[in-house]
Design a binder for this molecule. Structure first.
Ligand code: ZN
Length: 344
């Protein structure tokens, strides 16, 4: 039995408190993970700033993590106490209509059965996640790198879902953590990625991750820049990672005839967007909008990390102890840093 633990609670937007709460117990088929690294993420920042429909407050906080198995419930055979593990915070049910039609990212219970509370000493991981979306962390991979399993799964799913043709030139709009991850992984997959951003240090960071072409959107018009890089055609593909309505609405103009626009960065639920119907119809511009990820994408992300095909560590601005979670979100809210690693 584990006793009390410290857990960061998002009490209301803008207010995080470190509280002493009972540590979780391992449920049948599930495990309790002693968190060794947890990452901040854009979704967390959104919830911190303005609340989140999926996170009624007060709520445990944080969802990207890795750690060690501290307890295993009855019937767990894949993991033993002491194993280092990397997990994502959700898994599909395997039984609903969507799971039966190969669209597990849309599983009707994948959101309601997800777990939160990675900014804590321990987190409970239930059976359905242990069975599908937990992996043993290789000894040569750091806990911080392993905690990238969840964001990388989102990006793997996003790129595969868009279905870009081999050799495509893909514009990535936005130099946040997800924009940079997309551009770096596209490059790794053999596509030509062009990253558009507005902050010099982030564009430099993308370069250090192997992104060959970056464009400062403050000084260069994206439409003109894309035309000049594609002999006037427009990009073969585009991934929207800013979550800004004006960028969503401009996106179909930036791809070539027959190009693909993928909207990754979500807009507020009440947003309405407008596109030229002629552009979609006569120019066959295809619009897609990937959501979440599948267990297959998680496995692929695991392989990329475990085989050191992809090193995400340059994205980590700083590593801090659990007591600094509130301070870290103040800094993120002020525009500082990309991702912080919390070590509880
Ligand atoms: Zn399902």
């Amino acid at each position: 039995m584990l006793g009390l633990m410290r857990s960061a609670i998002l009490v209301e937007p803008g207010r995080i408190e470190l509280r002493e709460v009972p540590a979780p117990q391992a449920p049948p088929g599930g495990i309790v993970v002693r968190v060794r690294a947890a990452l901040t993420d854009g979704t967390d920042l959104k919830a911190y700033r303005r609340g989140h429909p999926q996170m009624p407050m007060p709520t445990p906080f944080g969802h990207e993590f890795s750690g060690d198995v501290a307890a295993a419930g009855a019937g767990v055979s894949r993991f033993n106490v002491g194993d280092a593990v990397m997990c994502v915070h959700s898994a599909p049910c395997g039984a609903c209509y969507w799971c039966g039609h190969g669209q597990e990212e849309l599983c009707e219970s994948v959101m309601s059965t997800k777990i939160l509370g990675a900014y804590a000493e321990y987190i409970e991981v239930p059976a359905h996640i242990v069975e599908q979306n937990c992996y043993r962390k290789p000894p040569g991979l750091s806990y911080v790198a392993a905690a990238f399993l969840e964001p990388l799964s989102c990006v793997v799913h996003s790129i595969e879902y868009a279905g870009f043709a081999k050799g495509s030139t893909v514009a990535v709009m936005g130099d946040g953590g997800f924009g940079i991850l997309h551009a770096a992984l596209l490059q790794d997959y053999g596509f030509r990625a062009v990253l558009f951003g507005r902050r010099e240090e982030r564009l430099a960071l993308a370069r250090s991750l192997g992104v060959g072409e970056v464009v400062d959107a403050r000084t260069q018009d994206p439409a003109a820049a894309i035309r000049s890089l594609t002999q006037g055609r427009g990009a073969d593909g585009l991934i929207e990672c800013t979550g800004r309505q004006d960028v969503w609405e401009q996106a179909p103009q930036l791809v070539r005839r027959g190009g693909v626009v993928s909207f990754f960065g979500g807009l507020p639920a009440e947003a309405r967007v407008a596109f030229s119907a002629a552009r979609l119809h006569y120019d066959e511009v295809r619009l897609v909008s990937p959501f979440h990820f599948t267990p297959r994408a998680v496995r692929r992300a695991y392989e990329l990390l475990a085989q050191h095909r992809f090193d995400p560590l340059p994205l980590v601005t700083q590593t801090v102890p659990l007591a600094q979670v509130a301070a870290v979100f103040e800094r993120l809210d002020g525009g500082e840093g990309v991702k912080f690693a919390i070590e509880p």
